[in-house]
Design a protein around this ligand. Structure first.
Ligand SMILES: Cc1cc2nc3c(=O)[nH]c(=O)nc-3n(C[C@H](O)[C@H](O)[C@H](O)COP(=O)(O)O)c2cc1C
Length: 178
């Protein structure tokens, strides 16, 4: 079985997970920006994407390149700021993924969630503006109305935080090696 790790990352946290996964599994790693029809040569596709307003960066663009998924194993890994141990948050992420891929892919894919990080000093203008708008919309919500996503944003707003934990890759490595 030949495998490939493809990632979508703006600021490097997803890339770091993807490269570490590659190191630990000896599977080739490539950015979604560089992958083309050659993706069809692989039996196992492991896609890691940063979460941006619920979207998994580069995922649907990459998956659309697949001609036939019949004998393929597809693993989707999201990397976000919000806590994936929070069940509501996990369900939200999965419901969002459902909207970004076909039913066939959604049912076939094994889905995992990792926590990334953020450094506001590195954000581009658009992302900074988006975060400001989102922050202003949630900062005064009563606590019981805040989602895990809201809480993560309020707690980390304008800061530099890093939740990267490579030991969380173990469950993905198990799935890859199954
Ligand atoms: C504009 C913007 C939108 C984001 N939206 C989400 C989100 O919907 N859910 C989430 O958990 N994290 C969200 N994040 C946080 C990123 O997913 C997190 O910083 C991740 O580690 C980024 O991956 P990257 O460094 O590989 O680009 C957002 C960050 C930015 C800047």
């Amino acid at each position: 079985m030949n495998s490939i790790i493809v990632y979508g990352s703006h600021y490097g946290t997803t890339k770091r997970y993807a490269e570490e996964l590659s190191k630990r599994t000896n599977i080739k790693v490539i950015s979604f920006k560089k992958i083309n029809q050659q993706i069809n040569e692989y039996d196992n596709i492991i896609y890691l994407g940063g979460l941006y307003a619920g979207g998994v960066l580069g995922m649907s663009k990459t998956i659309k390149k697949l001609n036939n998924i019949l004998n393929k194993k597809i693993i989707i890994v999201t990397v976000g700021l919000s806590d994936p141990m929070d069940e509501v948050n996990k369900n939200n992420i999965r419901n969002n993924i459902k909207k970004q891929v076909s039913k066939e892919i959604f049912e076939k894919a094994k889905i995992f969630h990792l926590r990334g990080g953020i450094d506001y000093s590195k954000l581009n203008f658009t992302h900074k503006t988006m975060m400001k708008l989102l922050y202003n919309a949630v900062k005064n919500l009563p606590e019981e109305k805040q989602t895990a996503e809201d809480r993560a944003m309020i707690e980390t707003y304008n800061k530099k935080v890093n939740f990267i934990d490579f030991s969380d890759l173990d469950k993905i490595i198990n799935e890859v090696q199954k």
